[in-house]
Ligand binder design. Sequence first.
Ligand code: CMP
Ligand code: MG
Length: 395
Amino acid sequence: MIRKTYLPGATIFFEGQPADCAYIVERGQVEICAVRDRTHITLATLGQGEIFGEMAVLDDGVRSAEARAVQETEVLIIRSDQLRRRILEAEPIVGQVLSSLIKRFRQAQTGLLSDLPTRMGTSHVVMPNANCDEIGSSGAALEWLLREYDLERGLAAGEFVPFFQPIVMIEDGSIAGFEALARWRHPERGLVPPSEFIDLGERCGLIRHIDLAIIAEACRLLRQATPAGATPFLSVNLSAQHFTDFGVVASLSKILSDTGFDPAYLKVELTETALVQDPRKAHEVLTQIKGLGVTIALDDFGTGYSSLSYLHSFPFDVLKIDQSFVRQLGKPGRTHDIVETIIMLANRMGMLVVAEGIETPDLIPPLQQLGCTFGQGYHYSRPVPASELAGLLAR
Ligand code: CMP
Ligand code: MG
């Protein structure tokens, strides 16, 4: 349930009750009140866009006051886990500030409402652990919540589907494998590209579920489309959040056994951002993933860190050179030398190279000369839906 409507005078919750959600007023008016010595005390009157019921959710305490609808009121419900997830993404200081604010507020309220029983919460707000710049205005809060609900709904409805972009042999242009790329078939918005949902998914912690849904579906579909014998590989993306615990290893293992996909043909792509936060943990997770028989590709190499120490200490099998470098090939400048050096370095280290973003045929001869194994880009093919896989493979 996302919304709830209350008639005038209806109680939303009582003082002292435990809490499992907070609310945002979408329409109408809410009175926050307390009763002392049979006297009704109005603490606040809240209108559209205002949040209430957040305190007991954040500190695991009980409701510090009663909430009731003044007029017919529609509220949007924020589940505890949604609110907590958002705070977990924020700077740790945000949790500390919230925690002390709530504690002081409860103490002050106890003093003001003389005989308020000792109903203190634990004053133990969940602690954030990453960046978040957007706990901002009530409008923004409503917006993210609605988008998060929509994302959850889409996931449950199976609206996230893989598209397949061929990865070809540079030598002769034949298809060697596919990268599975996420698309959201939205009932109202049509086919939504990842640029419009990855960030939201990362912020609300649903990105892991999206990744796994895409991987499972891609394994199933590619297996279905592939005649026995000719087996293209499948490259799938794992976002950084997977590398903070081992859950992903069991999930991948289950996907492989459920779909019957041969792990030797599965490549997991990750970017260096997945490694920076906790390199040791990421290393262990990667090692366990490799233990499933899967290979590992480092994505978007050349942008971001491009760290030689990561290249050296992580067990990558494939290096994907970012399109911003590939596109400069053949043009005057030093990019050519950089790409050449990266390919040489990769080859020396026993890694295969994929050149990303090949949009024009003039890039192919220099890549052939440089000894690049694989290529990917619009020149060969855009990402296609599963229905076009068989056609591509028969080409
Ligand atoms: P919670 O303690 O979960 O439940 C009661 C809610 O009322 C509380 O969270 C706040 O959202 C709100 N609240 C409590 N006291 C006041 C107050 N003095 N002014 C405004 N809002 C309040
Ligand atoms: Mg990728």
